[in-house]
Design a protein around this ligand. Structure first.
Ligand SMILES: [Zn+2]
Length: 464
């Protein structure tokens, strides 16, 4: 078809139009295309149904992340609405009216006894374009605890009752939901053997509980936002659901969510092509970094060549002596008789060293008398001369000191001379010297206004 359209000339314009129109009509007749918001008569701001997906129950026998690994192949911000336990005319019709006003298509799981009691409501479901699944015959509260044969009977009777309400029994989809979502392996195996897809859900709104419609709305939106897409579980027999539904649909549109309608595959209606990862709520993405441990390398020894063990001589230094410490080459040490070895005393060569030192002569220590007096007695001279403290500049003080040094010891009995080096014992009758003191300036040095102060330099012990 596309080849004809691509190769058309001027005369093929109307041909292309008719081909496209025919294709669209075929898709609509197959239920592939449904009304969008723009196609909702009288409701220009309707939510609408964005697309319809066709699924093969045999390829994916269980869906709904509340209980199973897989869920419907929805894109981000796509929602599938489901309603259980009807039909009950009072509330189910309200729900159908609300859905019709928004041109939204949903999936209903019918209880058989309700279908028998209200067959017209079942027919309306089909007439409105919704998908009709089943939900057992009597909705047993402990469905999973039933004997398997009774459970199978519940399933079969529910399908039969729903089909009996319709002129076309084939209008009942091979979709089934466990009452109370109570699962059982035998039941699941039985459903799979019949090609019936078992639906759980991705999130409920707890509308079967005694909560307010506002709470139903709140839970529906919160749980949808948490997953970003998925199958919403509601009940069309609850008044609170009928009250909450308009606000839920309005909020879905406001938040950019889109409604997806689900229909089963048939011989004339093949399943929508999907990838296996699309049936995961969070399929791995190439944009999500995944840590991988590096593969263990497979070592290959490319060479088996061996080399001879080295000999001790291979480690000799260039001058021929072993590089190892001497004790390591000692057989006793290597045998285990090891002792802590202190460093050996170094023996210094004596050939070039004189054993004795010459005695210094007395001249070495000879000091001119004036200098010696200055060294030992200068600090005491001012005091001995009764001229304390000294004043004046350094030059002036040096001149004063020179006069004092020139004074004869005989004229100053307290004048102290250091004894000769050869005889440093005190002279008999000699008095111990006065405490010697050292000049230590206070304040600014060298100013006439700052008197020099004295402080002890030596103790008054007799020289030893
Ligand atoms: Zn139910």
């Amino acid at each position: 078809m596309l080849t004809i359209m691509a190769g058309g000339g001027p005369t093929s314009f109307w041909t292309r139009i008719w081909i496209v129109a025919g294709a669209l009509m075929s898709l609509v007749s197959l239920g592939i295309l449904t009304a969008s918001a723009a196609d909702c008569p009288g409701h220009p701001n309707a939510l609408g149904t964005s697309r319809t997906i066709v699924i093969d129950p045999r390829e994916h026998p269980r869906i709904g992340t509340m209980q199973y690994r897989e869920t419907l192949p929805l894109r981000d911000h796509e929602v599938v609405l489901t309603f259980d336990d009807g039909p009950v005319p009072k509330h189910s019709n309200q729900v159908l009216d609300i859905l019709a006003a928004e041109c939204v298509k949903a999936t209903f799981f019918i209880v058989g006894q309700q279908a028998r009691a209200n067959p017209a409501n079942v027919r309306r479901l089909v007439a409105d374009g919704h998908t009709v699944g089943t939900h057992t015959q009597n909705h047993p509260p402990r469905f999973d605890k039933l004997p398997v044969e009774r459970a199978k009977q519940q399933i079969d009777d529910g399908i039969a009752s729903t089909s009996a309400a319709l002129t076309d029994p084939g209008a009942v989809a091979p979709f089934f939901r466990n009452p109370g979502l109570r699962r059982d392996q035998d039941i699941e195996d039985y459903l799979a053997s019949r090609g019936i897809q078992l639906w759980s859900a991705d999130f409920p709104a707890d509308d079967w509980r005694h909560i307010s419609p506002a709470r139903v709305y709140q839970l529906a939106i919160q749980r949808l936002e948490a997953k970003g897409k998925g199958v919403l579980l509601l009940h069309d027999i609850q008044a609170r659901t009928a009250v909450a539904l308009p606000k839920i649909l309005h909020e879905l549109k406001a938040r950019g969510y889109r409604i997806v309608h689900v229909v089963p595959a048939t011989a004339e209606r093949p399943a929508t092509p999907t990838d296996p990862q699309e049936w995961q709520m969070r399929p791995p993405s190439e944009h999500v970094p995944v840590a991988h441990w590096p593969n263990i390398p497979s070592f290959v020894f490319t060479s088996t060549e061996t080399l001879p063990a080295p000999a001790l001589s291979d480690f000799d230094t260039p001058d021929g002596r072993p590089a190892l410490p001497e004790h390591l080459s000692n057989p006793a040490y290597r045998a285990g008789n090891r002792v802590a070895s202190w460093p050996r005393p170094a023996v210094a060569p004596q050939d070039d060293v004189t054993a004795e030192l010459a005695v210094p002569s007395r001249d070495v220590f000879a000091v001119p008398e004036g200098v010696r007096v200055a060294l030992r007695g200068a600090v005491s001279l001012p005091r001995l001369a009764g001229r304390t403290p000294m004043h004046g500049t350094p030059t002036r003080r040096a001149q004063t000191l020179g006069k004092l040094v020139a004074a004869k010891p005989a004229q100053n009995p307290a004048y102290f001379f250091a004894p000769p080096a050869a005889n440093r014992s005190p002279q008999p009758g000699a008095k111990p010297p006065q405490a010697t003191q050292q000049v230590r300036p206070a304040g600014r040095r060298g100013t006439s206004r700052q008197p020099m102060r004295w402080r002890p330099l030596y103790d008054n012990r007799w020289p030893v």
